[in-house]
Design a protein around this ligand. Structure first.
Ligand SMILES: C[S@@+](CC[C@H](N)C(=O)[O-])C[C@H]1O[C@@H](n2cnc3c(N)ncnc32)[C@H](O)[C@@H]1O
Length: 226
């Protein structure tokens, strides 16, 4: 039986190189936005080689995706030129830009930062979704209990729901605390997750195992009741 989820601990570029070409239906990912991020509690986000992971990681993501599929990637605007060059060099075509408005300020510099953004990238020419997602979406704060930049499941779930089908294989190579995996469990998708940091990997493992167990119980109850 094909496992419904598999979780890997390590550098995604090296682990992706072990996955077969054309095997993934959808990538949803929230990679590091900057080098050496540290939150107010002192929790860090490590990267491999500063920001030099960008080009090889997206080249591998393009390779493992099926023809005519999507990669939904958050990104850090200070590195937009680098992300865009890497996406295009890998073969991706930007086909949408999503924007989330925060009801609070997350940092203050020359402006008070109140949004998050992601690009919808196409490999080939994927079919349009049955219900296209608005490109301005509401933001929910997760409170970051397990990870310094933890996304709320309510932010990730509509992306998985819109751009994949039940039973599809969804990949998050920068899974952090495993939020994309939770969305996949709830929506009956299969999931592959990769995380470099051991603490966040362990948190993701606990959350995702629990989410698939709960989803199984719900399906069992529905089957018994009908
Ligand atoms: C922005 S965070 C993802 C947070 C996640 N969306 C969540 O809700 O918890 C990016 C993650 O990528 C991980 N990471 C950084 N470089 C990596 C690499 N080369 N391979 C795999 N994971 C990496 C970091 O440890 C961090 O947890």
């Amino acid at each position: 039986m094909i496992p419904r989820f598999s979780l890997h601990h390590g550098d995604c570029t090296a682990i992706l190189a072990t996955l077969p070409s054309g095997s993934v239906d959808l990538v949803v990912t929230d990679p590091p936005y900057v080098e050496n991020f540290r939150d107010r509690q002192g929790r860090r986000i490590r990267t491999v080689g500063g920001m030099d992971w960008i080009e090889p990681a997206y080249a591998e993501l393009f390779r493992v995706l099926k023809p005519d599929s999507f990669c939904l990637s958050f990104y850090g605007w200070p590195f937009i030129d680098r992300f865009m060059a890497a996406w295009k060099a890998a073969g991706f075509r930007p086909v949408g830009h999503l924007f989330w408005e925060k009801p609070y300020t997350s940092s203050v510099g020359y402006v008070s930062a109140r949004h998050e953004e992601a690009f919808l990238l196409a490999k080939g020419d994927p079919a349009r979704p049955a219900k296209p997602l608005p490109d301005v979406l509401p933001w929910e704060y997760s409170g970051n209990p397990l990870h310094p930049t933890q996304k709320a499941v309510s932010v990730i779930q509509p992306l998985v729901e819109t751009f994949s089908q039940r039973g599809d294989l969804v990949l998050d190579p920068f899974m952090g605390s495993g939020t994309t995996g939770l969305a996949c469990a709830r929506l009956d998708r299969r999931f592959v997750g990769i995380e470099l940091d051991e603490t966040y990997h362990r948190a993701a493992e606990r959350r995702i195992e629990d989410a698939y167990r709960r989803a199984d119980l719900i399906h069992l109850r529905v089957a018994v009741a009908s």
